[in-house]
Design a protein around this ligand. Structure first.
Ligand code: ACO
Length: 333
C-alpha cells in the first residue's frame, strides 16, 4: 500500500567527495603532446582530480552522499532509496548497493542508473517519480564517475577533458512541490559520437558454441559533433523545461550545466540570455567529471553560501547515448 506523504518534491541537501590528487595541464603536457594554453583556451580546464589508490567509486559516492544527508539534517537510516548515476561502477552488477552498505543506509533500496553525463539529471527525475507517487520519502541521488579508469591516456583529444569525482543531493517528499519541471531526451542514432564500448573476440567453448569475451575499450569521441549537439540541444531542452514550469529565463537564479567545456557553457548562457554571474562553472578545477559534474558544481555554490532557500536552479546534462535533459527546482525545504 502506498504511504501518504506530501506529493511534492524538495531538494534539501548536497554533498561532494574531496579528492586530493590533482593533475594540472602542465603535468598532463608530460603525458601527451598538449599545453596548458591549448587546453585552457579550448575548454576552460586548468586541472582535474584523480582518484588515488584506495579511493574507489563506492567510497567517493558514499562520502558525497553522507555530505548531502548531513546537510539535509537526516541520518543514513532515514533514507528509503539510493540512485547512483554512474558509467564507471566498481562492479558491473552495480555499485549502489555497495554505497548503501558503506553508508549504513540499511532501510534503503539501491540501484545504479547509467545515462553518462546526463545521468544525474535522469536520476533526479527518476527519484521524483518515486516521491510523487508516495512510494518513498527520502531519496539520495548520487552522480559519481571515475573516467580516469577508461580514458585513453595516449589520446590528447580526449584525455585532457576528463576527471574523477562524486556529488550527491537529497530529495524529499514535501507538501509544496519545488520541482517545477523537467524534460529528458535521447537520440541513439548519434551513439557512435561518444562511446566506452565493449569489444570482444569469439572464443570457441564447445562444438559449435562460441562465446564473446573481451573488455570495455577506452573512451572515443567525435568532439566537434558533441560540441554542435550540446550548443543546439541544451538551450532547447532548458527552454522546453521553462515552458512546462511556466517560468522564463529571468526566473533562473542559478544555471548548473554539465561541466564539459567552458565554451559550451558560454554559448548556452548567451543563447538563453542568462548573465555569466548566474552560470555556475567549476570546470577550471575539475574538468569533466561526467555524472558527477552537476552535483559537485551545485554543492560548491551551496556550501559557499551563495544559494538561498527558494532560489530557482536549472540543471541540464548532456552526453553519451546520446542523452540530454534538464530539471528546474527551487532549493530547500
Ligand atoms: N592539445 C593540443 N592540440 C590538440 C589537442 C590537445 N589536447 N587535442 C586536439 N588537438 C589538435 C587537433 O589535433 C587538431 O589539430 P589539426 O588541426 O592539426 O588536426 C586541432 O587541435 C583542433 O582539434 P579539434 O578536435 O578540431 O578541436 P576543437 O576546437 O573541436 O576542440 C574539443 C576539441 C575541446 C574536444 C571540443 O570539440 C569539445 O569540447 N567538444 C565537446 C566535447 C564534450 O563536451 N564532451 C562531453 C561529453 S560528456 C560525456 O558523456 C562523457
Amino acid at each position: 500500500m502506498l504511504q501518504q506523504f506530501g506529493n511534492g518534491v524538495s531538494v534539501t541537501g548536497s554533498g561532494s567527495a574531496k579528492l586530493t590528487t590533482q593533475l594540472d595541464n602542465e603535468a598532463l603536457s608530460q603525458v601527451v603532446d598538449t599545453s596548458d594554453e591549448w587546453i585552457a583556451t579550448r575548454t576552460g580546464i586548468r586541472k582535474r582530480h584523480i582518484a588515488e589508490e584506495g579511493e574507489c567509486l563506492r567510497t567517493l559516492a558514499a562520502e558525497a552522499a553522507q555530505g548531502a544527508i548531513d546537510l539535509a539534517g537526516l541520518e543514513p537510516g532515514d533514507i528509503d532509496l539510493i540512485i547512483l548515476a554512474t558509467s564507471t561502477p566498481d562492479d558491473l552488477f552495480g555499485s549502489a548497493c555497495q554505497v548503501q552498505a558503506e553508508l549504513g543506509a540499511s532501510s534503503a533500496v539501491a540501484f545504479d542508473l547509467t545515462a553518462a553525463c546526463s545521468g544525474f539529471v535522469f536520476a533526479m527525475v527518476n527519484a521524483a517519480q518515486f516521491i510523487r507517487t508516495g512510494v518513498y520519502r527520502n531519496v539520495v541521488v548520487i552522480g559519481a564517475d571515475l573516467l580516469s579508469r577508461w580514458t585513453d591516456w595516449t589520446d590528447r583529444r580526449t584525455c585532457v577533458l576528463f576527471g574523477d569525482g562524486a556529488g550527491a543531493v537529497v530529495m524529499q517528499a514535501s507538501d509544496r512541490d519545488r520541482l517545477r519541471g523537467f524534460e529528458l531526451r535521447s537520440n541513439g542514432s548519434m551513439n557512435s559520437c561518444l562511446n566506452l564500448s565493449y569489444q570482444s573476440q569469439p572464443k570457441k567453448l564447445v562444438n559449435d558454441v562460441a562465446i564473446q569475451q573481451g573488455t570495455f575499450q577506452p573512451i572515443t569521441m567525435n568532439g566537434r559533433e558533441i560540441y554542435k549537439f550540446a550548443v543546439k540541444r541544451v538551450p532547447e531542452v532548458i527552454e522546453k523545461t521553462l515552458f512546462r514550469a511556466e517560468l522564463t529565463t529571468d526566473d533562473i537564479d542559478w544555471l548548473v550545466l554539465h561541466q564539459a567545456n567552458q565554451r559550451i557553457l558560454d554559448a548556452v548562457a548567451e543563447r538563453l540570455h542568462i548573465p555569466a554571474d548566474r552560470v555556475v562553472s567549476n570546470m577550471a578545477q575539475h574538468g569533466n567529471t561526467s555524472a558527477a559534474s552537476i552535483p559537485i558544481a551545485l554543492d560548491e555554490v551551496v556550501r559557499a553560501g551563495k544559494v538561498k532557500g527558494g532560489d530557482t536552479i536549472a540543471v541540464a546534462g548532456f552526453g553519451a547515448g546520446l542523452t540530454w535533459g534538464a530539471a528546474i527546482f527551487e532549493w530547500g525545504k
